[in-house]
Each structure stands twice: as C-alpha cells, then as structure tokens.
Design a protein around this ligand. Structure first.
Ligand code: SF4
Length: 306
C-alpha cells in the first residue's frame, strides 16, 4: 500500500560529545547518567572514527535498510556537535568536524562562545554554528549562571567577534543565535544585539523546569518576550515547553543513543553503538519510526529547526 512519506531537507543527529561545561546555567539539563566515571569517546581517535562511520552509514539517505525510511525521507544528514561545551575538546573538535565532513555529514557546532579560538579553528568545517546568547548584560548572565568560574560572560562584542571571524573564514556558514528566555532576561530587549549580530536564524526557547524552578516563567512572559522582538520574526524559531519534548536523534558522550524524557523524567539509553552497531542500538531506544517522523520538527521555511 502506498502512503505519503514526508520529506525533510536534513536529518539532524545531535552528538553530545562531552558532558563538562565551563558555565553553570541554572536551567541546564546537560547531565548524563554515569558519564563522569567513564572516559568519553571523543578522546579516542579510532573509536570516534568508527562511531561517525557507523552513524553515517546508518543514517545515509541512501541506506535501503533504514527502519525510518518508509516513514520519512531526508536529503542530507547533519551532525550537530553539542555538549556540555564542545569547545572544551580543543583541537580535537576541529579534527572531529573535519572527519565528519569528509564522511558526508553536514556539520554544526552548538557552543556557549567562551572559547573563540577553538571555534575559529573549526570554522572551515562547519555548515552551521549556534551560539548561545541570553543577554548583553553581564549582570543578567551572572543571575542565569551563564558565566565561567571567574565570573566572565560572553559579551555582545565577544559574540560579534566570533561571528565576524567565522564568516570571514567560511562565508556560507549559517549563524544561529540560541536564546533561552527565563525570569532573568524575560523583560529585556535584545533587538540591538540581534541587529548587530545579523544571525541567519534566531532560536528562542522557553526555559524548561529542571532542577531548580527559580528561572521559570509563565506563558505570558514568554509571549511578551517574543512579541517585543517581532520585527525579527523572519529569523525566529520559537520553542515553547511543549515543543521541546519533541525527539531528535541524540547520541551521548559514550556513543549511545538516548531519548530525552520530559521534565524531570529519566533518560533512556541504548547499548553502545560501537558494540552492537547503529541499527540494533537504534532499536534499543524504542523510538517508533512513525512517531519519530510525525514529531520531527520543521521550521516555517521547511528546513529542520534544531
Ligand atoms: S552553556 Fe550550555 S551546557 Fe553550559 S551550563 Fe549553560 S546551558 Fe549548560
């Protein structure tokens, strides 16, 4: 029987390469079960190579044995390097991005912007960079915890420098600003900052209730923030709480697929991809292909919001 199979531009695999982060955002949910006790996979070049190859052959749009294939078509695969803070990998980040690129992935980096040198070094391999900017005010960033151990935050000028440098190295790079709206910044106006940064996209997310409820805001405060910045509507992707429960393909620092539970619910992990292969491991997380396809997010321009 024939049925309509939705087609998306690209399938996005979020690889959370590392757990640690040098910032301490109060709303951060980057905490991986058992992760601190074991060596992270990125440290081993051979294992990293095997993981990337395994992921690419499984998610290759041409792979005829993909269980997702009859429910969803995609034209390309993007590996999104996330964390924790991926720039803590230093030079390995450039190597991993380059390796992924040569396998056929599009590559993106999600970063807090605290290590400009590492970002710039990797820029030639990146198709997209997502930089977190919640506020141009140092005080607000301190309230959020979006600061390093010595209390330094990423200022508007710092973010400007990063964007200018990566664009000069890689003029086609898609620059995305990621903003989490919490009680600390909900009343602020980021228009000047966004005008200066000229991102290709601006993702605005409402803070999720995680460990502490201190930064939580209600629907009205979130809507007011979005509304205050409506002149940037053409750049915006909005993620309210409910939307953030949608699934992506996610891989943890130890090369396991995992599914995000909602709110305070636990994560579900597969067995290691390097031990049983991507196909069997993908079956472990009970991500029903049809459900996955239905939940796969699309932004207004038809590309995948991520
Ligand atoms: S910068 Fe990102 S990973 Fe680091 S604490 Fe903040 S939200 Fe978490």
């Amino acid at each position: 029987m024939h049925h309509f199979v939705p087609e998306i531009e690209e399938l996005v695999i979020n690889w959370h390469v590392t757990e640690p982060c040098n910032f301490r955002c109060g709303y951060c949910f980057a905490a991986w079960e058992g992760a601190t006790s074991k060596r992270e996979l990125w440290k081993d070049k051979r294992e990293t190579g095997r993981l990337l190859s395994s992921l690419y052959s499984f998610f290759d749009p041409e792979n005829p044995s993909s269980p997702l294939r009859e429910h969803l078509h995609w034209r390309g695969v993007r590996l999104s390097l996330a964390g924790g803070e991926p720039t803590l990998l230093g030079g390995r980040l450039t190597e991993i991005a380059g390796q992924a690129k040569s396998l056929g992935f599009r590559v993106s980096l999600i970063t807090n912007g605290s290590r400009p040198n590492v970002i710039v070094a990797a820029a030639e391999h990146l198709d997209m960079i997502g930089i977190s900017v919640d506020s141009p005010n140092q005080e607000t960033n301190r309230t959020i915890g979006r600061v390093g151990p010595t209390g330094t935050s990423v200022s508007g000028d710092d973010a400007m420098d990063i964007v200018a440098q990566v664009r000069s190295i890689n003029p086609n790079i898609v620059v995305k600003i990621n903003t989490v709206v919490s009680s600390a910044n909900a009343g602020e106006n980021l228009s000047n900052l966004i005008l200066r940064l000229r991102p290709n996209r601006w993702k605005i997310m409402r803070v999720l209730p995680v460990l502490s409820d201190a930064l939580i805001i209600d629907t009205n405060a979130f809507r007011a923030f979005v509304d205050r910045h409506r002149s940037f509507q053409h750049l915006m992707t909005i993620e309210d709480n409910a939307d953030m429960e949608r699934s992506y393909v996610m891989v943890d620092p130890h090369g396991r697929f995992f599914q995000n539970g909602t709110g305070k619910q636990a994560y579900g992990y597969s067995r290691p991809i390097l031990e049983i292969g991507a196909k069997v491991a993908f079956g472990d997380i009970e991500l029903r292909p049809e459900g996955f396809a239905a939940r796969y997010p699309k932004s207004q321009d038809g590309s995948v919001a991520q």
